[in-house]
Design a protein around this ligand. Sequence first.
Ligand SMILES: [Zn+2]
Ligand SMILES: [Zn+2]
Length: 253
Amino acid sequence: MSSGNRWSSFFPRLKEVTLKGVHIALRMLYPPRCLVCDSLSDEAICVRCFSRLKFIKPPMCALCGKPYDELAQAAPICSDCRRIKRWFDRCRCTVRYEDVAREMIHKLKYSGERRLASEMAKLMVETLNDFSHPVDLVIPVPLHRKRLRERGFNQAWLIADVLSECINARMNSTALIRARETKPQFDLEPKERLGNVRDAFELVEPSAVTDKVVLVVDDVMTVGATLNECARALKKGKPKAVYAVAFARAVGM
Ligand SMILES: [Zn+2]
Ligand SMILES: [Zn+2]
């Protein structure tokens, strides 16, 4: 072996050993912690916090995924879906908006803990099994540009970005825009929520969704007015189907 060869294998090995050492030192100085409760944990969400997430399971409304009381003899379609025209073909949420899920959303939105977006997205992948067709295009619920400037990021975009990667679909965050400012849905009475987001969204690149199976993504859903209005705007581009998904769903609002 020439000395040149010996050096060329020595340096990558040295680099590897050094990087490993730095990694171990960093772990000792800053041990990994749960993103929710800050306790020491190798997982991003510790076992205790994870066990407190309430995953939404059947029985539920076949259209909007609203969870039913397990003992109730409920109709296949819930009363909200019979009352309001649904523009999405199907909607599902992963967990109930309570306890740890609520904390995850708050820490993402108001403390800017962006790593939570990817944890949410990974948990949402299985929720998509309820949709009949594979998704072609992922679209995050857009923020108004003024709100985006204030917050610096769109939490739905962060979730949609990871989710699209997990399911091998493309993401488009320019085709659908929030054309006018709206109030946060949580601050409103249930009956005001529909009017608040009515016609708030505009599909500015209709051809982007034509003949595609589109998935519109949000962090949290209350009565589904926002996702429904996004779906209404998206339908103008004649997609094959529009599905909607949110990480958490507020039940009983
Ligand atoms: Zn925890
Ligand atoms: Zn429903």
